[in-house]
Design a protein around this ligand. Structure first.
Ligand SMILES: *Cc1c(COP(=O)(O)O)cnc(C)c1O
Length: 433
């Protein structure tokens, strides 16, 4: 195995009989830092970003990394250095961007439940835009801004009622979704916004879902958005930027999503044909920038062969890799050092006390206890959704850059986990005398 036989994973390749990320031997990292361990390739993130940059060459574009996919400071820094803005969904996200050196005016704030405190802090920091998701939120934002003597820059997230043909939990642009303002109410909500002294309308946005692998939903959404922009502008309200959200899928298991540059070539053609090609454009990609840049390294703890099913118990679990349990998602699982013995079928599961704690069903692997495995496509919505369930500390994270590796997030200790908890004083354990 000398060549890269891992489709969709440009930074990963077997050299000799060892899996490398860029020029780093992954088993070395596992030995040095322990497992489970997330390893991200900076080159792979930048290559994914470059596809968008090629697609938008010559256009007025702001690419806002949707950081909920992976909000670790070292990852944010990569995108700050590359000139990106950020799509955030909480005040905590904003603090992370600012801590990583990102500019407040390149932040756009999405999410259906922004609190007054979050609004105030974001206004104070001078963020670029609030993507408002309901009429009620618009009124509250207006009040908060007025109380500070400011006007909040606002875009309305419009729900174009388009089926992105993805998992129901990651579809966000259908009528019955909690996200966005209904398409039919968009114009009147803009008219209301235009009357409010505490807000300033600057844009429009949509985000129809995640892990979208076809181009049709985007093409439909673009048309519906442009129809709306025409109607809103006909009503005398200027729309400075159009934000098409994120959602482009990645190859987890043979999916063939359009590449970012090809997709945007088509979408821009449509924008051009309707005279919108020179507008200020924005997009909010998350998964497609980081998903396939990451792997999670894990050790095989025990093998438990059975009559019906055989279990391969690994030291990574649903608290580290929640996507299989949450969305029945598929992640490829490969050995760091392949064995020559004949493979068997395994249910790959973690140590957490839940039957839902599986990482891969019916995987064909030649494994022994102590072997190291890599769970692929683990750069997005893994560490960012990790929890402490079963008092498990969250994994460490490494960023690889050529032949350099940087520890960007230490493994969480039990004292990190217990910080902030207090014993009831009346029941405190007696100190030994
Ligand atoms: C999650 C999210 C994104 C990013 O979605 P991906 O599928 O990761 O590209 C973009 N915009 C908004 C508003 C989001 O909630």
């Amino acid at each position: 195995m000398n060549s890269n036989n891992l489709p969709g994973q440009p930074h990963l390749a077997y050299r000799g009989n060892e899996l490398f990320s860029e020029d780093i031997r992954l088993s070395d990292l596992a030995k040095q830092y322990g497992t489970p361990l997330f390893v991200y390739s900076k080159g792979s993130m930048l290559a994914a970003l470059a596809a968008y940059q090629r697609g938008f060459a010559g256009r007025n574009i702001q690419i806002c990394y949707a950081m909920k996919a992976n909000p670790t400071l070292g990852v944010i820094q990569v995108f700050v250095q590359a000139g990106c803005g950020f799509d955030i969904v909480s005040g905590g996200d904003m603090d992370r961007v600012l801590a990583a050196g990102g500019a407040a005016d390149k932040i756009i704030f999405s999410g259906v439940g922004k609190t007054r405190t979050e609004m105030r802090r974001a206004l104070d920091a001078g963020i670029g835009c609030f993507n408002v998701e309901s009429e009620a939120e618009l009124e509250v934002l207006n009040e908060v801004a007025l109380s500070m003597g400011l006007r909040a820059p606002v875009s309305l997230r419009v729900n174009p009622n388009i089926d992105p043909k993805t998992h129901p939990y990651i579809s966000t642009g259908l009528k019955d979704s909690k996200f966005g303002v209904a398409h039919e109410r968009a114009l009147q909500t803009y008219q209301r916004a235009a009357k409010l002294a505490g807000v300033r309308v600057i844009g429009i946005d949509c985000h129809i879902g995640s892990q979208i692998t076809q181009e049709e939903p985007y093409l439909e959404a673009v048309d519906r958005m442009l129809d709306l922009v025409e109607a809103i502008e006909a009503a005398g309200i200027a729309i400075h930027h159009i934000d098409f959200g994120g959602g482009l899928g990645i190859n987890y298991n043979g999916e063939t999503p359009p590449s970012a540059d090809r997709l945007w070539e088509k979408l821009l053609h449509k924008l051009d044909s309707r005279q919108f090609g020179q507008r200020q454009l924005m997009i909010e990609p998350g998964r497609s920038l980081v998903g396939n840049a990451g792997v999670c390294l894990t050790e095989v703890l025990y093998l438990k062969p059975g009559a019906q099913k055989s279990f391969c118990i690994i030291d990574a679990a649903m608290n580290d890799l929640p996507r299989p349990a949450m969305y029945q998602a598929f992640h490829q699982i490969v050995p760091l050092v392949p064995r020559n013995t004949s493979p068997e079928n395994w249910e790959v599961v973690g140590p957490v006390c839940e039957s839902g704690d599986w990482i891969g069903h019916d995987r064909v692997l030649a494994v022994q206890p102590g072997d190291l495995l890599a769970v692929l496509s683990a750069g997005a919505y893994c560490m960012s959704m990790a929890s402490n369930y079963n008092s498990r500390g969250r994994a460490a994270e490494i960023l690889v850059e050529g032949n350099q590796s940087h520890l960007i997030h230490q493994r969480e200790t039990i004292s990190d986990q217990m910080r902030g908890e207090t014993l009831l004083s009346s029941m405190a354990p007696e100190t030994k005398s």
